[in-house]
Design a protein around this ligand. Structure first.
Ligand code: RNT
Ligand code: ZN
Length: 425
């Protein structure tokens, strides 16, 4: 593969800068904004959503599924952290790590989900401090015997509900601990798998129970500097095709009524629905939104995101609405059919590239055209902009952020695979 020299990157950037300037776009300003946007990178892709509660832990139930047999899955906390470190070396910028409760540092003992505490996440906080990262968190309401029935927080049995309520309460406490320790609010996202494969008689009770459970969970208040709550809806899952208790309507209603944020997972909607379109609607009434960036492919909601139209329109909407401070970007995908570190980098880089393209959009010009009513010119301008050299700006950004430029990062993924992950059985 041909190497890009520093001089070639700088020359390419100079030309691109001039080209964008013709459209009234300041590339330096765009890069300044881009550099400050964090992406929350999910740990669960690194070990195929297994967690470290037991030595042989693996994903079960919950309507989500990891497929593929690529070697090199992280088997321990240290391996997972090393893999994340490697992935971050390929992603320009300073980012966040998104944890799940089942990734605690349980030091070889089994700790039940309703017993987890901040101490089990102290080593993650320590590691985050060393790496200059911030943390986000998720309750783990799947891969557990008490979730096997397909219901957790909306289970009709009080004892099972109480167990999960206690778990989520503890997860919020852990989130607040992380936020305080790291001086950055930790977002706690709650997703539960509750639902049924076939048509139920009684949707009503489950939704009532879930609403009551949430009230109990959120009765404890934390300051917004410590932690923030998000609720994640889903259209359907494997085994919950006919009924999902926590649907979009349910959580949107709950979130708006109780001042929580909604989490929009891009894989959790009808395929022709535009998540980009939802932002300017929801953000009229809600202060913040969490995005789980994923790529739905047919029935799977968790493929690795790529720089496609969906990502581009999503990022464009955020930038056009000046909503970067109100939309939290997180990744959510898992794919065991390919190199996992490389997949993390592909997903994160796609989001950042989409964002860069959005930041390089000549907003003023486009608005003028739209306001003039010239629909042809608007369409044609959108097409014109696709040919602008955003790649040269991206390469320069990578150079400045000291991550591999051009396609050199592919070689880094291969090297790490040979030296590290391929040696795992
Ligand atoms: C599942 C949700 C949820 C999970 C993680 C593991 O459909 O998207 O976000 O992917 O909690
Ligand atoms: Zn998600």
């Amino acid at each position: 593969m041909a190497e890009l020299t520093e001089a070639a990157i700088e020359k390419g950037y100079e030309l691109a800068r001039e080209r964008y300037a013709e459209f009234g776009v300041d590339t330096e300003k765009a890069l300044g904004v881009l550099s400050a946007v964090p992406i929350s990178v999910h740990v669960w892709h690194g070990d195929d959503v297994g967690g470290f509660e037991r030595p042989d832990a693996s994903l079960s139930g919950g309507g989500i599924l990891v497929t593929g047999a690529h070697p090199g899955r992280a088997r321990t906390l240290d391996e997972l952290r090393a893999d994340l470190h490697q992935a971050f070396s390929l992603i320009p910028g300073r980012h966040r790590v998104n944890l799940h409760a089942m990734y605690g540092d349980f030091a070889g003992t089994f700790v039940e989900r309703d017993r987890i505490a901040p101490e089990h996440f102290r080593s993650w906080v320590q590691w985050a401090k060393e790496e200059g990262l911030k943390l986000d968190f998720n309750a783990t309401c799947f891969s557990h015997p008490k979730a096997d029935s397909g219901f957790t927080l909306s289970h009709k049995e009080g004892a099972i509900r109480a167990f999960w309520i206690e778990h989520v309460k503890r997860c919020r406490e852990i989130s607040a601990f992380m936020g305080r320790e790291l001086g950055s609010p930790c977002i706690h996202d709650l997703w539960i798998p509750d639902g049924t494969k076939d048509t139920p008689v009684d949707r009503w009770s489950h939704r009532r129970l879930l609403s009551d459970a949430l009230d109990e969970i959120y009765a404890t208040e934390y300051g917004p500097a410590e932690m923030k709550d998000a609720l994640e809806s889903k259209l359907f899952g494997i085994g919950s095709e006919s009924f999902v208790v926590g649907s979009h309507d349910f959580y949107l209603g709950y979130a708006l009524l109780h001042g929580k944020m909604i989490c929009l997972d891009t894989g959790h909607f009808h395929p022709t629905e535009s998540i980009a379109d939802k932002l300017s609607a929801i953000l009229q009434f809600s202060q913040e939104v969490l995005l789980h960036v994923s790529r739905g492919v047919r029935w799977d909601s968790d493929h690795v995101p790529i720089l496609n139209d969906e990502i581009r329109s999503l990022m464009a909407e955020i930038v056009r609405g000046d909503a970067l401070a109100r939309v939290h970007l997180a990744l959510d995908f898992f794919d065991a059919s390919m190199n996992r570190v490389g997949a993390w980098a592909v997903g994160a880089r796609a989001v950042l590239q989409g964002l860069l393209i959005a930041l390089l959009e000549p907003q003023e010009k486009l608005r003028q055209i739209e306001d003039s009513g010239d629909n042809f010119a608007r369409l044609a301008m959108f097409e014109e902009l696709k040919a602008l050299p955003f790649g040269a700006v991206w390469d320069y950004h990578c150079l400045r952020c000291e991550v591999p430029t051009g396609s050199a990062w592919l070689g880094e993924v291969a090297r790490y695979e040979t030296e590290v992950t391929a040696k795992r059985d």
